[in-house]
Structures are given as C-alpha cells and as structure tokens.
Design a protein around this ligand. Structure first.
Ligand SMILES: Nc1nc2c(ncn2[C@@H]2O[C@H](COP(=O)(O)OP(=O)(O)O)[C@@H](O)[C@H]2O)c(=O)[nH]1
Ligand SMILES: [Mg+2]
Length: 282
C-alpha cells in the first residue's frame, strides 16, 4: 500500500493517440496493451491501479470520440459506456489528461475537450494536455511552444499545462531516446502531482447527474452517431422525452440504454499494475 497521496486521473482521447503507452510510461511497465490498429470505437474504459514513488495512482483509460469513426457508435452505446465510467468514479477525480499525438488539432480533440472537460466534469477538474510522439523534437516541447497560443485563441481550449512526451521504450529506435523517455516520465509524474486537486471532485447524485449530463452532451454525441429505434424505464424515458424525442423514439432509446447499462453491469475492468489479479468495481 502506498503511504503517500492518491491520484485519480481520467485519461481520454481518440484511439491510437498513445493513451495506453502513456499509462505504461507512468508506471514504467508494459501493463496497458498498445495497438496500431484503430480498434475500439466505443467509450469502453479500464482502470489501472498502481503505485509510483509512494503515491497510489488510479488511472481511468477511456477512448472518447474518434475523428475517423463517425457514425459507428450508437449514441445509446456511447452514453451507456460513459455512464459506466462515471458510475465507477465513486472516489472522485483529481485530474483530467487529454492525450493527442503530435500534429494537427482535429475536431475530435476539441469535441473531446468539450465533452469531458466542460460537459462531464463541468470545468471543475484541472486538465492537462499530453502530446505524444515528440521524441524527435528539439527541444522536446517544441509543439507546445508553437501551438499553445493557438489552442487558446482559435480552439478555445485552456489547459493547466501542456506536456510533450515520448513513450517509446521498445522497438529498434527506442535506445536512442532513453533520455527523452526518462524526462517524459518525470515531467508526467511532476505535472500530475502539481495540478491534481487537493480534494477529489465527486459526483453527488448519479441520477441527477445523468439528467444534466445527457442534456449537456447529447448534441456532441448525436453529431457523431447515427440514430436507431425501440421499449422502457420511466426515468430515462422522460430524459429522452425532455431532450425532444418523440414518444416512440424516447421509449426505444431508454430501453437500449437500460439494456446497455444492465448488460455491462455498470462496472469497468480493473487492472492491478503490481499484480495479476483482475476484478471489477462491483
Ligand atoms: N513514435 C512514437 N510512437 C508512439 C508514442 N506513443 C504511442 N506510440 C505508438 O502509437 C500507437 C498507438 O498507441 P496506444 O498507446 O495503443 O494508443 P491508444 O489507442 O490511445 O491507447 C502504438 O503503435 C504506439 O507504439 C510515442 O511517444 N512515440
Ligand atoms: Mg489504448
């Protein structure tokens, strides 16, 4: 057991930007599976639990919206998965980390910022931007220097800090970037410690929160997803009705969402970084 502080952090961003690699960097261990394939067009989340330098870290890995998979995720599924994540955040959250890979800022970046920072966490939890694939840059934070002002002025995104990293520690070029890897690891750890809330932000009433959240984020999700139809629960039904859907559509959506929540047991997968044991939040 870690004697120090605990940090509950949600990492989000498109698939393929380096979220799993970032978790491996943080723990200096290949614990999260990484992939080149643009799989997983869902909001499915995992919790990685582990210690580092005497502090305990609970890192939620969640995909968010993907630029290139427009229309593939049904809103019911997306909302269901988000609910599952939120329902798992019972100990509250100290920090958000949005992950992107170095390059152009696309719509998914600003939509995910709105969805998570403004939408779900009501701008109450500090947010860092971590930019991966910066190993060739000299200095390593060149991207930050060139884009920081633009992020604010053009994209209206304000981050508490921007950290440019490399997560490379395997493959034939990794040995060239040992120093950058170590610096990245230190910078990430320091930024988490510096910017995390002293007291975690906690969702007080899940059902109230669900109402507010659905209203707030529906447009963002809907713009990404294709709609579907079909039968019940009064509460969720009325949420959909209030959102302006017809009776039929509201019934359909409520049933699908409830099925999704039931089917997924409202819990996310937990991976213990320092053990093999896996469990669930239930
Ligand atoms: N060159 C380089 N590749 C990276 C870096 N971070 C991640 N990658 C690669 O990007 C791909 C996607 O990474 P992954 O962590 O699976 O992304 P996720 O889908 O967001 O979890 C993998 O092939 C990683 O090896 C980095 O800092 N530099
Ligand atoms: Mg991943």
């Amino acid at each position: 057991m870690a004697m120090g502080k605990s940090f509950n952090v949600v990492i989000f961003g498109e698939s393929g930007v380096g979220k799993s690699s970032l978790i491996n960097l943080l723990f200096n261990k290949d614990i999260a599976e990484t992939s080149d394939a643009a799989l997983g067009c869902t909001f499915e989340s995992k919790l990685y639990r582990g210690d580092r330098e005497g502090h305990s870290f609970n890192i939620y890995d969640t995909t968010g919206l993907n630029e290139s998979e427009k229309g593939l995720v049904k809103p019911e599924v997306a909302v269901g998965n988000l609910m599952k994540l939120i329902n798992s955040l019972t100990d509250g959250i100290h920090l958000l980390i949005m992950c992107m890979k170095k390059g152009r800022i696309n719509n998914a970046v600003s939509n995910n910022y709105q969805l998570f920072y403004d939408g779900i966490f009501e701008a109450s939890v500090p947010i860092l931007l971590v930019v991966t694939q910066c190993e060739l840059d000299d200095p390593i934070d060149s991207w930050k220097i060139h884009n920081q002002a633009l992020l604010r002025s053009q994209f209206k995104m304000n981050f508490h800090d921007i950290i440019c990293v490399t997560t490379l520690n395997k493959g034939k070029h990794a040995s060239k970037f040992k120093e950058e890897y170590t610096l990245s690891r230190e910078a990430l750890g320091a930024a988490i410690a510096q910017h995390s809330l002293k007291q975690p932000w906690v969702i007080k009433n899940f059902m109230d929160f669900l109402m507010v959240l659905l209203k707030r984020i529906w447009n963002i999700i809907a713009s990404y997803c294709s709609f579907q139809k079909l039968p019940l629960s009064n509460l969720i039904y009325s949420i959909f009705q209030k959102l302006g859907f017809s009776d039929r559509e509201a019934t359909d959506k409520a049933n699908t969402l409830l099925d999704e929540l039931k089917h997924n047991h409202m819990s996310i997968k937990i991976i213990d970084v320092d053990g093999t044991e896996e469990g669930s939040t239930e």
